[in-house]
Design a protein around this ligand. Structure first.
Ligand SMILES: [Fe+2]
Length: 261
C-alpha cells in the first residue's frame, strides 16, 4: 500500500563514499540481522514475554517516523526538487506503517495504550532522541552536544550548512537502517511459522523487509551524492555509527530485560 509518487532521478553524481561507509558498518548490520532476538523468533524459541517487550519498545520508533521523515525535508534546498521528491516519497509510504504496526500489536496481545504506560528502557530513549535530534533540531546536535568538526567554526560564525544537517540526518536514519530489512524478513517468517501470525498480521515486518530495500537504498544514495567533502563525510560517518550503535544497544537492552526465560 502506498501513495503513488514517481521517483525522480538525482542529477548529482555518485561519489562512492556510501559504499566505503556501508562496508565499515557491515559488522553492525550483521549484528542486527543475527541478533539473538531475531534468531530466537526465527527458531520459534522466543517467549511471548520477549516478543511483547520488543514490540512495546519498538513503538516509539514507529510512531515518530512519519514526523522525523517530514522534518528531514527542512534540510532540502529550495531548488532541489529531486531530493524533495525522494524525501516526500518516503513520507508518503510511511503513512501506512502505523496502522500496520497497531495490527501487529493486536495480534501479539500488546494493548494500546494500556501496555505503554510504563516507562521505556533508557536505551530506547537514547536511540529515539538521537534520531529525533538529527531530523528535527540541528541546534541540539551542533550546540548542546558540542560537536564541532570544522576548526574555523569553533568560535566564529556558524557555518553549518543545510547540507551537513542533511547528511547527518539521512546517515542516522537511512544508513543505520541497512541491517534492519534482513532482520525484518526473518521476524516476519518466524512470526508466521511459529506464532500463528497471518501474512496480513506481519505486514509491518514484511513491508520493512528486503522486498522494500528501496527505503534503505534511498538513504545510502543520498549520503553518497551529497556528502561531497571530507567534512560532510566525517559528519555522515559519525552520525551513522552513533545511530547504529544506539539502535543495537536498544536491542541488547531489550534482550537483557525480556529474553532468556
Ligand atoms: Fe516505516
Amino acid at each position: 500500500m502506498s501513495l503513488a509518487i514517481e521517483a525522480v532521478a538525482f542529477k548529482r553524481p555518485k561519489t562512492g563514499f556510501a559504499r566505503t561507509l556501508t562496508e565499515e558498518l557491515k559488522g553492525s548490520y550483521d549484528r542486527m540481522t543475527n541478533h539473538p532476538i531475531v534468531q530466537e523468533v526465527e527458531a520459534g524459541k522466543a517467549s511471548l514475554k520477549l516478543i511483547r517487550g520488543f514490540t512495546r519498545e519498538f513503538l516509539p520508533i514507529v510512531r515518530g517516523t512519519y514526523r522525523r521523515m517530514s522534518m528531514r525535508l527542512q534540510h532540502a534546498a529550495a531548488h532541489d526538487y529531486e531530493l524533495q521528491n525522494a524525501l516526500l516519497k518516503e513520507v508518503a509510504e510511511e503513512v501506512w506503517h502505523t496502522p500496520m504496526y497497531l495490527k501487529w500489536c493486536k495480534k501479539i496481545g500488546v494493548k494500546v495504550p494500556e501496555d505503554f504506560f510504563e516507562m521505556y528502557l533508557p536505551e530506547t530513549y537514547a536511540f529515539v532522541l538521537y534520531i529525533d535530534a538529527t531530523s528535527t533540531g540541528r541546534a541540539t546536535l551542533e550546540e548542546s552536544s558540542g560537536r564541532v568538526f570544522e576548526r574555523e567554526a569553533f568560535d566564529g560564525f556558524n557555518n553549518y550548512s543545510q547540507q551537513s544537517s542533511l547528511v547527518q540526518t539521512i546517515a542516522a536514519t537511512g544508513l543505520a537502517l541497512r541491517g534492519f530489512p534482513f532482520a525484518a524478513d526473518k521476524l516476519a517468517d518466524g512470526f508466521m511459522k511459529h506464532y500463528g501470525a497471518t501474512k496480513d498480521e506481519v505486514e509491518f515486518w514484511s513491508e520493512h523487509g528486503t522486498l522494500d530495500l528501496d527505503h534503505a537504498d534511498v538513504g545510502v544514495d543520498i549520503v553518497d551524492r551529497y556528502a561531497t567533502t571530507p567534512e560532510l563525510q566525517r559528519r555522515a560517518r559519525e552520525s551513522a555509527i552513533v545511530s547504529t550503535s544506539l539502535w543495537l544497544n536498544q536491542w541488547d537492552a531489550i534482550y537483557r530485560k525480556y529474553g532468556s526465560n
